[in-house]
Design a binder for this molecule. Structure first.
Ligand SMILES: Cc1ncc(COP(=O)(O)O)c(C=O)c1O
Length: 246
């Protein structure tokens, strides 16, 4: 189960879901890619057997993530891949697996990436989770208000207070990828765009996707205002174009 949705930024009641799943005898795997960088998480608090985090979203470099699990849950699994460091002995008659965690970590690890991750995490935890969360909320509200005030722009999903760091929106008449390209070129604003791997969510709402601003600790009110101003300019030019066509 996903903790915070990458489509609309909503946090699901994971501990409740986990309790029901456990009562039915299931193991619980929580995808915390969108939440781990914005507040404290843990196996116990989430009621999970496994929690996956994406460390590049926690200010680390690309290509690094982590899977944390309860020992008894790990012990039910075999390695999905064998390779360097996963066995204590091997021969024509078979092999003996190394203890956890080595049996799950085939090949040379991305040590350089992990060193960089440590620096990112030290920065985040140094700021303090309360401060990170407060900045997320403040900027999310500012961006939502600013975008909602623009004619032809719709913020998708629930109200800002139910979202964490994500602000998904569309500009009527434009493909989300074109909006993202414009923001990058015209205002130096980097956003994600598209269906974010959840095509069914958008299909149900008659959308091809969204533009998604993903706010974090390094963002400021000025960043938000620059994005909102650029979106306003773009939406105005689309309205002008439509008026001419009429
Ligand atoms: C909820 C969620 N799960 C998984 C992923 C994928 O993470 P990664 O980029 O580390 O593969 C993302 C990335 O956007 C995400 O938002």
């Amino acid at each position: 189960v996903v903790h915070v949705s990458n489509a609309d930024g909503v946090a699901l009641p994971v501990a409740k879901v986990a309790k029901a799943a456990r009562a039915a005898g299931a193991r619980v795997f929580v995808d915390a890619a969108q939440s781990a960088a914005h507040g404290p998480i843990g196996l116990d608090a989430l009621g999970a057997d496994f929690v996956a985090v994406s460390l590049h979203k926690m200010l680390g470099p690309s290509g690094v993530g982590a899977l944390v699990g309860r020992p008894e849950a790990w012990d039910e699994l075999g390695p999905f891949q064998l390779g360097g460091g996963t066995v204590v002995s091997s021969g024509p008659e078979g092999f003996e697996l190394a203890p956890r965690p080595d049996r799950f970590e085939a090949g040379l690890s991305n040590f350089a990436g992990l060193v960089a991750v440590e620096a990112g995490l030290a920065y985040l935890t140094g700021l303090g989770w309360d401060g990170v969360a407060a900045n997320d909320r403040r900027l999310n509200a500012r961006a939502t208000q600013g975008l909602q005030a623009i004619q032809g722009v719709r913020v998708i999903g629930p109200v800002a207070s139910e979202r964490t760091s994500i602000v998904p929106f569309v500009v009527d008449g434009l493909d989300p990828h074109d909006v993202a390209g414009y923001l990058d070129e015209a205002a130096d604003v980097a956003v994600r765009s598209g269906a974010h791997c959840v095509h069914s969510y958008f299909a149900r709402r008659g959308l091809t996707g969204t533009v998604r601003a993903s706010l974090h600790a390094y963002n400021t009110p000025e960043d938000v205002d620059r994005m909102v101003a650029a979106v306003a300019q773009l939406a105005a030019s689309v309205r002008g174009r439509s008026a001419k066509a009429i």
